[in-house]
Ligand binder design. Structure first.
Ligand SMILES: [Zn+2]
Length: 365
């Protein structure tokens, strides 16, 4: 077998997410197949998004995000249990990065004086039946912290409010907040953002700020390119807040001065000839989600082929992105049947166009 190292790594052009990927999260007949499909098909695609994001961040900000303070978070986490059937139902997949639980966040003081081992912030890609969301989530445990800690966070937002709002506009990350006082009473009126932040700060309101950008199906190269750039543009907010949590001075202004939006889009342009639908095979499902209790044909084909490319044998753990392919193309009379489908990796899928209509699955056995 050829080593995958010398083969082309999968990139944004090799992935697509569509209605059948979304409907997977509504599947309730076969939870084990659902879990395997998320693990071997959905998470590897999200992982490509994250790798691309990390590489753009490295390029733009010259920052290595992953270190002892900031680590990859991914969900769901699968624990393989032999014999026992999977009982957990998965409704989403997530991959991103956030604070690590290991360091004690010097900038954040807890009321009970215990060391702070929580994950202060998290940012990443959330995929569920509604679409792909770029999500930033802040302090969920705000009442555990002292008022001074709470103020640090607000001071950063207030001091940089105009930049933050600009970043929000460009990245299309809309804020989504939950505000209440200690008695869980919500009191929100419409006022200028800065005034609002000051009011919350002064009153020590519980304030959970999320920023989200959601894109809907089907998702192809241009959508992925857009959401990765949004992540890169939003990144200084995450990074500066993490610096504050570490008790360090933040370099927010310096970071934002390094992003030239025009250059970013010039470097990572939209594709005019978007051929991701071709790359993704020609199984374009129509899903009635409300009735989606049975596994879609894509997942059945993957399962039959053991989540491996029938041509080269590679799987997600080798870095392969799996596609379902017609053995005999539709144009040549091939049918939409299990027998006429096979699992191919992103490379064999492209290469296949040069070959004749070999039944690769038969050949492999
Ligand atoms: Zn292959």
């Amino acid at each position: 077998m050829t080593s995958f190292d010398i083969m082309e790594k999968a990139n944004l052009k090799h992935i697509a997410l569509d209605a059948e990927d979304a409907a997977l999260f509504s599947l309730n007949e076969d939870l084990l197949l659902k879990a395997k499909s998320i693990k071997y098909s959905i998470l590897p695609k999200l992982n490509i998004l994250l790798e691309e994001t990390l590489s753009r961040i490295r390029k733009i900000y010259n920052i290595e995000v992953l270190n002892e303070n900031s680590i990859i978070h991914s969900a769901p986490n699968f624990r393989e249990k032999r014999d026992s059937k999977l009982k957990i139902d998965y409704t989403y997949a997530f991959i991103g990065f956030g604070g690590s639980r290991q360091p004690i966040w010097e900038g954040f003081k807890r009321k009970d004086n215990q060391p702070t081992k929580i994950i202060p912030y998290i940012i990443g890609y959330w995929f569920d039946k509604y679409g792909l969301t770029l999500l930033f989530d802040n302090l969920r445990y705000i009442f555990k912290f002292t008022k001074e800690t709470y103020e640090l966070y607000f001071d950063f937002l207030i001091e940089n409010v105009e930049y933050i709002q600009t970043i929000q506009c460009i990245s299309e990350m809309s804020p989504d907040f939950y505000v209440s006082d200690e008695n869980n009473k919500t009191n929100m009126t419409i006022k200028p953002f800065t005034e609002m932040l000051k009011e919350y700060k002064d009153n020590y309101y519980y304030y959970q700020l999320c920023f989200r950008k959601r894109i809907h199906f089907p998702l192809d190269y241009n959508d992925f390119n857009f959401i990765v750039n949004s992540f890169v543009i939003f990144f200084p907010i995450y990074y500066s807040l993490l610096q504050i949590a570490q008790g360090k001075k933040n370099n927010f202004r310096e970071l934002i001065s390094q992003v030239n939006i025009y250059d970013l889009y010039k470097e990572y342009p939209y594709s005019e000839n978007n051929d991701s639908t071709k790359v993704n095979g020609d199984v374009i499902p129509k899903i009635d989600e409300t009735k989606f209790v049975k596994a879609g044909i894509r997942w059945q084909v993957f399962e039959r082929d053991d989540f491996k490319c029938v041509s080269c044998g590679k799987s997600a753990s080798d870095g392969a992105i799996l596609h379902v392919d017609h053995i005999i193309p539709r144009s040549k009379g091939g049918g939409d049947t299990m027998e006429n489908y096979q699992t191919l990796c992103h490379l064999c899928n492209i290469g296949k166009s040069n070959k004749s209509n070999k039944n690769l699955r038969e050949k492999c056995r």
